[in-house]
Structures are given as structure tokens and as C-alpha cells.
Write a protein of this length. Structure first.
Lengths: 307, 369, 245
């Protein structure tokens, strides 16, 4: 049975269409990622699935319950960690946990085993006020509070935004452990590299889904040869590649530039001689495996000719 | 039930930890009492008087020294020219000017009714009236003493003057009930609305909604601590009024506390209502201050008598809950009125409260829009 | 002129007992794109405030664009550009009004403003939108406009504080291409960012941990030194040893 089922939901705020017809399903024990930048519609989808908003049209079900008709039951069962971690700043770590436990009619002890791997890091600080915690610790606490009642489905809206790289890594390790406990996770993130941590992902941009699949399958959707080109002068390299008569896309990618050609297949040597001829030094041209980010951009391309 | 209990515990913890706000909430009644009791007065004391004595005879001098001797006046000096008067008033140096006619004593002896011109600074009309009345009273008093035992009685005036000469108690009687209403509005309406909108602002409301907690539990949980606080404030004000300012309490304490509780509910309901419409603390605060507190202070009869307001404001004042509460409290405190006399006002308050509660429950948003 | 655009020597800032910035030393060359990285609480923001003349150091020395941060802070401010994610353009004003506002603040004359505004608008292809309010523009456009406005007085160095939060990957790259272009034209760019992959766009990066600079050099060199595949890994390696929570 699918834990989450979204069928063609739409949502508008005034004239702005935030969600333009989205469908997807999440199976039990799956880690499903909604990958996309700000404004893509991720939070709106989360609000609809946690019954905080009614969809404009379409249907959605969580654990088989309708998000509009059965909202009360859904609210008593799911776990929700909104963006900005809604913790009580003037309560201590322990008090926050106790509060959420009591709200869900359970106790900290009842499901302690579940949160222990995470909470054990916080325990030395249990009397510290939530406001005085670092970003990474707030994140861990918010996760514990969302889990304390052992929900079957956990909604995490941008849990890693604004948190340092180390904490982000640890966080995903914790999520994987939760998956082993058969908890279904729906996570949204703007960080493309985190897509690889999920079982399946949906790439979202401007209220529409660009692709849904396992991360590997998504990148297979790139469907073109991808070249990674490196030279001394990045700026010039980009200009030259753009001017090349067969160039299709040219994107800076850290130290290299990712290039696709209009043709199906090309020879590295051809690019090399063109660039060397234009004066590029210390040239490296090699094939590259497209990442989620490459694929995302490629799928965005039709819209890239910005309004 | 467990979730509700946990919620209440959290609320009390948060309020207790916010020491600054707590100090304000408890300290405010005390400060306001002291302010109104000692600093802001409608009484006359040491009003400054200047004299233009065109006679300089024993009689005028006696009148002047009698006035100076009174604790309500202090004669600051003499004026020689009429033109000085306007300047002195404009500078705000004096409250009143007495001008004695020339040949005062001789005219009095001859029965020619010499005049004393009394010119008062009426930029504070209430004060001006009192000053005039006091000075007239002193002059009349002098006249009587001159006339001797065989003089005819000026009964009416004397009696009125006496009542005016008992001001301090009256001031306190006037403001204590109003103060209770204002403080309750502040604590119950303002604080409650801020507390609820803060949850919204911080994003915590989202999490509270996506939980087994029912909306009515959230409302009650938010409101309960302020109910307790407000009640403590009522007791504080009452204690201060009685022990520090000797305000009489002639009625039933039980009835008083019951009516106060009713009014607290009214204010709490208003606070919740505001919070259902406002999305952030600032808005809630503005609406509570401008829409509730200000009318309560100005139009409820707290300081300014309703009867002296223009018709339309009198009509509007009927809509302000505090107005009815003030009638109730004043009647209980000063006139020992029972429910028999106050049923109408109590009923009005109860109906208002029920209405606000119904409205809040209906407006409380179960979703984010 | 091969004088460094920024020269910091043992720059320190204490707040009471707490040393936020602990004797950092580094140089930034003219025309360089310098990435200033560090976790929250590592001292990045404090360091930037000192370099932009907003905070006086408690120890050490630094010059920016030739101005001493202690004695010439006011002139310093006038000769640098600054863009922050948290605040840049006024939402209620139009594109053109914002340009005029900042141009005026940076001391441009009316004629300079006129020509600069038109230049800017045509470069960004925003002429048709010049009378629209900022609030109605998409985030990517706001960022690009904010960047151009920060450069309107043609400063020698521009400080960018987390400039690319939240936008899609294409817009982010367009922004970085803007950075490449101005760097190519000689403007020095000092940028802080949370996106570790963006660190690789820079000529050199520094990584702050617990108030110190624990790594400094070109991205390639750092990756080699720490045997890492990405700057993110280098960062994690360094941050693991951090004491500040």
C-alpha cells in the first residue's frame, strides 16, 4: 500500500500558481526526496499533505486517509518537522521533548529506543534552552520531537537548510537508520547532492515535476554526452565554448565547465584542438557522468529562456 | 487529556521564564495605582495666585492673607499693571489673579458691594472651576465672619463647598474601578492575543495543529495562564486601593470577584478573537491597543464622564464592555449594590462575552488559510 | 600595482572573554575571486564586518583597498561594494528607483546616474521592467540586480555575503558568470557562501574554524592536501575537529 498518494493536486495563491498538477506515490519504508529550489512548491505540497492547506484541485491521501476529509486522524498520526524547526526557544531540550511527547499522548520513555541514537548527542545539553543551541543541534532536537510518538510517516520540510555540512551528513545517516525501522520519509531539500541519499526523488521546479525516479534512473534521463572541460582561464573558456558552432549547453561547474554538444557524439580531440587554437592552456577534456544537478538543469532548459 | 495537560505546563513554563514581561504584568497595577494616586490629581493644592490690590487697606489685606493661609493657594506676589496679567498667564506662572477694587474697605462699610475680580487660567477647565469655587468659598467665608453671628445664613453655598473640599477620596474612587478594567484588558486581551500570534509567527502553530490537540484545547491552554494572572492583578489592585488609598469597599467581595471573573472572560475572548484575525504579534498588539485599550481608557467613563461626551460617543461607549464593568464595580464598591440592581449590566456583559467566545471559536483557523 | 586588495595580519576580535576572530592572516590579490568559508559561529561574519569597516578589530591589522580598517573605516566603506542576501534592494521601490537610490548613496552625480542606470538596465536586459516593483520580480533577477547595483560606483572590491541562497541551479550559475565577468575586468570579489560546490568557482578559498583560518589556498590544492574529492569533504574534515558547538 502506498503511504502517500498524490493525484494531480494544484494550488494557487491569488494569481500565483504554486503547484500546477503534481502526482506521485511513496511506498512504505521509502525515503522519498522532493528536490528543488525556493519557490518550486515544496512547502506548499508539504502543507497540503500535512492537512494544513486544502488543495485547489486534485486528491491526496496519507496512510489511506484523505487529507481533506480525514484531516483530524492524519494529524494525530504523522510526524512533521517544518522548515525553520518549530521548537520552543524558551524551553529546554528536555522540556521540548517532554512537551511533544505529552501532546501525542505518549512519554519520552515509551519510544526512547527510537530516538536514542540522535538524542544521546543532545543529552549532555538537556537543560540548555533551545534558543541557545547551534543549528545542527536544533535540527537533531526537532527530529526527535517529530519522532517521539513513533509515527509511520514523517514529513521533513527542508531539514538541512542553513545547517553546516557535518550536521547535514550526520542527519542523513540518522534518516537511513529510521528507514530501517520501517518509517516512511518524505524529505524536501534544495541541495541537489542530497538526492543521492533518497530511494526515489521528484525534481520540482515552478510547481511542476520534471522527473520522478530513483536517483540513478533520473540521471539516465540526461540522455546526452556530458563533457567536463578544464582550463586556466574559466571565464574565457566559457565564452569560447559558447561561441563554438556546435555548442548546446555550457555551464560552470566548480573548477570545470560542463558542456553538451548539439550532436549525438563528438570526439574529445575536436574540442581540444578548437580550444587550444584559441589560446587555452592546461586543457583537460574528458567525459563526465551527469549528476542530479546536471539533469535538473537540462530538464529546466525549456524554461531557461527566462520570462 | 494528557496532551492538554502537557500544553498547559508548557504555557506556564514559558510565561514564568519571560521574567521581563512578568515584572511588567505584576508591576503595572502597582505603578499605575501610585501614578494615579499620587501624581495625577484633580485636586487643588498650592495653586499660584497673584493679587492686584488697588486698595491696600486692612480688609483687602485680610482677605489676601486668609487666602494665602489656605493650603489650596499660595499668593505669589503683587501686580501693579493690568497689562502684566496676560503675560503672566501665558508664561504659565500663575493659576489665578484676584483684582481688588480701589477703596474696598470704605465701599464695603457703605454697603456699596465692592467687587473682587477673579480671573482663572482655564486651559484646564476642571481645575479652573475648582479653583474658582474654592476662592469664592474662602471669600464668602470671610464675609460671613465679618457679618458676625447676626448675619443671615448662606446655607446652600456653604454645603456645596464642603463636598468639594473632600477631594482625595473621590479621585481614588473614580479611578480604581477604571484601573481594574484597564489592567484586565491589558493582561487578558493584549497578552493573550500576543501569545497566540507568537506561536503563529514562530511557526509553532503549524506543529500544534498537526497533532492530536484540538483547537479548543489550544485556545483554552493559551488563555488559562492569563486568567490566573489577571485574577491576581485584581486582588493586588483591590488590596492596594484599600490599604494605601483608603478606598471604601462597601459591597460584597464575592459578587465583586464574580463580576471581575466575568469581565476577565470578556477580555480573554476579545484577545482570542484578535489573534484569529492577526497573523503576527505586531498586528495583534496594534489592534489590541488601538481597538480595545484606547477606547477603554477614553470612552468607558474611566476618567472622562460619559454624560459630558457628545451624543455619538455616548452611543459608542455602550459597545465598550469596560463601560458596563465600571458601573458594576463602582456600584459594588461605593454603593453596596447587589445583583438585584446590577442584573442589567451583568446580563449585557454576559451576552457580550458569549458572543465574543462564539465568534472566536468560529474564526479560529484550523488550516493555514 | 601588485599591492594586495586585502591584507590582514593577525586580525583579531574579542567580545569580552570570547575570541570570535583569532589572529587571522591572509591576502587577497587584485582581480581575484576569494571564497571565505566557515561554519556558522566560526567567526566569518565578524571577520567580514571588520573588513567592511563596520567593526573595529581588537588586535592585529588590516587594509582593504589601501584603507586601514582602524583609522579609515569611513573612506573604506565608500570604496567598496557590498551585497548581502538578507538585505539588498527595497521591495516597495521600482527597479529604477533602487538604482537611483543606491547610486545617490554612493555619491554618483545626476549625469553619472542617468548613464549608469541605462547601462545597467540594458546589460541585465531589464529595460522593460525598470518601473516594476522589486517585490514582483523573481528571486534570481533580484540577485542579479542587487549585484549590479553593488557595483554601480565601480569599486575595486565587492563583498558578497551569501549572495545565492535559494535559487535554482541555472540562475545560480548565471550569477557566478556575472562574478567571473567583473573579476575578469579587474574587480576583486570577496564572497562567502554555504554552498560548498560554489567554493570551487573561486580562485582561492579560506576555511575558518573556531575563529582561525585552518586552510587557505586554491580549491585544487586543498583537495589534494586533504585527499578529498570536493571542498565539502575538506570542510567536513576540518569542521569535525571544531570545538565551537
Amino acid at each position: 500500500m502506498s503511504m502517500i498518494k498524490v493525484q494531480n493536486i494544484t494550488k494557487s495563491y491569488g494569481n500565483v500558481e504554486a503547484v500546477k498538477g503534481i502526482s506521485f506515490e511513496v511506498g512504505e519504508g521509502e525515503i522519498f526526496g522532493l528536490i528543488g529550489p525556493d519557490g518550486a512548491g515544496k512547502t506548499t505540497i508539504f502543507h497540503i499533505l500535512t492537512t494544513l492547506l486544502k488543495p485547489g484541485s486534485g486528491k491526496a491521501k496519507v496512510m489511506g486517509l484523505d487529507v481533506v476529509d480525514d484531516y483530524r486522524k492524519i494529524r494525530s498520526e504523522v510526524g512533521y518537522m517544518p522548515g525553520r524547526f518549530a521548537l520552543y526557544r524558551d524551553l529546554s531540550v528536555e522540556e521540548n521533548l517532554q512537551f511533544f511527547a505529552s501532546v501525542f499522548d505518549t512519554s519520552v520513555d515509551a519510544n526512547y529506543e527510537l530516538i536514542k541514537p540522535i538524542y544521546s548527542q543532545l543529552e549532555p545539553f538537556k537543560d540548555r534552552l533551545a534558543d541557545d543551541l547551534s543549528g545542527g543541534m536544533k535540527q537533531k532536537l526537532a527530529l526527535c520531537c517529530a519522532l517521539i510518538h513513533k509515527p509511520k510517516v514523517l514529513f521533513l520540510d527542508e531539514p538541512t537548510t542553513g545547517v553546516d555540512a557535518v550536521s547535514r551528513k550526520e542527519f542523513w545517516q540518522m534518516l537511513h537508520r529510521l528507514k530501517e525501522q520501517d518509517i516512511t520519509l518524505l524529505v524536501s531539500t534544495p541541495y541537489m547532492d542530497e538526492a543521492e541519499q533518497c530511494d526515489r526523488v521528484a525534481l520540482i521546479q515552478d510547481g511542476e515535476i520534471l522527473s520522478i525516479n530513483t536517483p540513478k534512473a533520473v540521471t539516465k534521463g540526461f540522455k546526452k554526452e556530458l563533457w567536463s572541460v578544464k582550463a586556466d582561464n574559466k571565464y574565457e573558456l566559457i565564452q569560447l565554448l559558447r561561441q563554438y558552432e556546435f555548442s548546446e549547453t555550457v555551464q560552470p561547474f566548480g573548477e570545470t565547465v560542463h558542456y553538451t554538444d548539439q550532436r549525438e557524439k563528438i570526439d574529445a580531440g575536436e574540442l581540444e584542438s578548437y580550444l587550444k587554437g584559441q589560446g587555452m592552456e592546461h586543457l583537460h577534456v574528458k567525459k563526465a557522468e551527469p549528476t542530479i544537478e546536471d539533469t535538473f538543469m537540462r530538464l529546466m532548459e525549456p524554461e531557461a529562456s527566462h520570462e | 487529556m494528557n496532551s492538554f495537560k502537557g500544553f498547559i505546563i508548557k504555557e506556564f513554563r514559558q510565561i514564568y521564564r519571560d521574567k521581563r514581561t512578568l515584572i511588567i504584568l505584576f508591576g503595572m497595577p502597582v505603578i499605575m495605582m501610585l501614578l494615579f494616586g499620587f501624581a495625577i490629581r484633580n485636586e487643588v493644592e498650592n495653586a499660584k495666585i497673584m493679587v492686584m490690590d488697588n486698595s491696600h487697606d486692612p480688609i483687602t489685606r485680610q482677605i489676601i492673607s486668609k487666602i494665602d493661609a489656605s493650603r489650596y493657594f499660595s499668593v505669589e506676589g503683587n501686580i501693579r499693571r493690568f497689562e502684566q496679567i496676560e503675560e503672566l498667564f501665558q508664561q504659565g506662572e500663575i493659576d489665578e489673579v484676584l483684582i481688588f477694587e480701589s477703596d474696598f474697605a470704605r465701599k464695603l462699610q457703605r454697603g456699596e458691594q465692592p467687587a473682587i475680580k477673579v480671573i482663572t487660567d482655564a486651559s484646564n477647565p476642571n481645575l479652573a472651576q475648582l479653583i474658582q469655587q474654592y476662592s469664592s468659598a474662602i471669600i464668602l467665608d470671610y464675609q460671613q465672619s465679618l457679618a458676625g453671628p447676626s448675619a443671615f445664613q448662606q446655607k446652600g453655598i456653604a454645603v456645596n463647598v464642603n463636598m468639594l473640599f473632600n477631594p482625595q477620596l473621590r479621585s481614588a474612587n473614580l479611578f480604581v474601578p477604571g484601573l481594574i478594567a484597564v489592567i484586565l484588558m491589558l493582561v487578558s486581551a493584549l497578552m493573550t492575543s500576543i501569545s497566540i500570534t507568537r506561536e503563529k509567527e514562530m511557526g509553532n502553530m503549524e506543529v500544534l495543529l498537526v497533532s492530536p490537540l484540538k483547537p479548543v484545547q489550544i485556545i483554552i491552554g493559551k488563555v488559562l495562564p492569563y486568567l490566573v494572572l489577571a485574577f491576581i492583578n485584581v486582588l493586588t489592585i483591590l488590596a492596594l486601593a484599600q490599604w494605601v488609598f483608603d478606598v471604601p469597599f462597601r459591597g460584597s467581595y464575592g459578587l465583586f470577584l464574580a463580576e471581575s471573573l466575568l469581565f476577565i472572560f470578556t477580555a480573554l475572548a476579545l484577545g482570542v478573537l484578535i489573534s484569529t484575525k492577526a497573523n503576527d504579534q505586531q498586528t495583534a498588539m496594534m489592534v489590541a491597543l488601538a481597538g480595545l485599550l484606547l477606547p477603554t481608557v477614553l470612552l468607558s467613563g474611566f476618567i472622562f464622564p460619559i454624560s459630558s461626551m457628545p451624543q455619538i460617543l455616548q452611543w459608542i461607549s455602550n459597545l465598550i464592555p469596560a463601560r458596563w464593568f465600571l458601573v458594576i464595580v463602582r456600584s459594588i464598591m461605593l454603593k453596596d449594590a447587589g445583583l438585584f440592581f446590577l442584573w442589567k449590566e451583568t446580563l449585557i456583559l454576559a451576552v457580550m462575552t458569549a458572543g465574543f467566545i462564539a465568534l472566536s471559536v468560529k474564526s479560529f483557523k484550523v488550516r493555514l488559510e | 600595482m601588485s599591492e594586495p586588495m586585502i591584507a590582514a595580519g593577525n586580525l583579531t576580535r574579542k567580545f569580552g572573554d570570547f575570541t570570535a576572530v583569532d589572529h587571522i592572516s591572509f591576502e587577497v590579490k587584485k582581480g581575484e575571486i576569494f571564497g571565505f568559508l566557515g561554519a556558522n559561529g566560526a567567526g566569518k561574519t565578524t571577520a567580514m564586518r571588520m573588513l567592511t569597516g563596520l567593526l573595529i578589530p581588537t588586535g592585529g591589522e588590516a587594509t582593504v583597498a589601501g584603507f586601514d580598517v582602524y583609522s579609515q573605516a569611513e573612506q573604506l566603506k565608500r570604496h567598496i561594494g557590498y551585497m548581502s542576501q538578507r538585505f539588498s534592494l527595497y521591495e516597495d521601490l521600482t527597479v529604477r528607483e533602487n538604482i537611483r537610490l543606491y547610486g545617490g548613496i554612493y555619491g554618483l552625480t545626476d549625469e553619472e546616474l542617468q548613464s549608469k542606470s541605462n547601462q545597467l538596465l540594458s546589460m541585465l536586459v531589464m529595460e522593460d521592467f525598470q518601473h516594476q516593483r522589486i517585490s514582483s520580480l523573481p528571486l534570481g533577477w533580484k540577485q542579479k540586480l542587487a549585484f549590479s547595483v553593488a557595483l554601480i560606483h565601480e569599486p575595486q572590491i565587492v563583498f558578497l555575503d551569501e549572495p545565492t541562497g535559494g535559487v535554482d541551479p541555472i540562475t545560480r550559475r548565471q550569477f557566478w558568470e556575472q562574478i567571473y565577468k567583473v573579476a575578469e575586468e579587474g574587480t576583486t570579489v570577496f564572497v562567502t557562501t554555504h554552498y560548498m560546490d560554489e567554493a570551487e568557482y573561486c580562485d582561492r578559498v579560506s576555511i575558518m574554524v573556531d575563529g582561525r583560518i585552518d586552510a587557505l589556498g586554491p580549491p585544487e590544492g586543498l583537495k589534494e592536501r586533504f585527499k578529498a574529492e570536493s571542498i565539502e569533504e575538506v570542510f567536513i574534515e576540518l569542521a569535525r575537529g571544531a570545538e565551537r558547538e
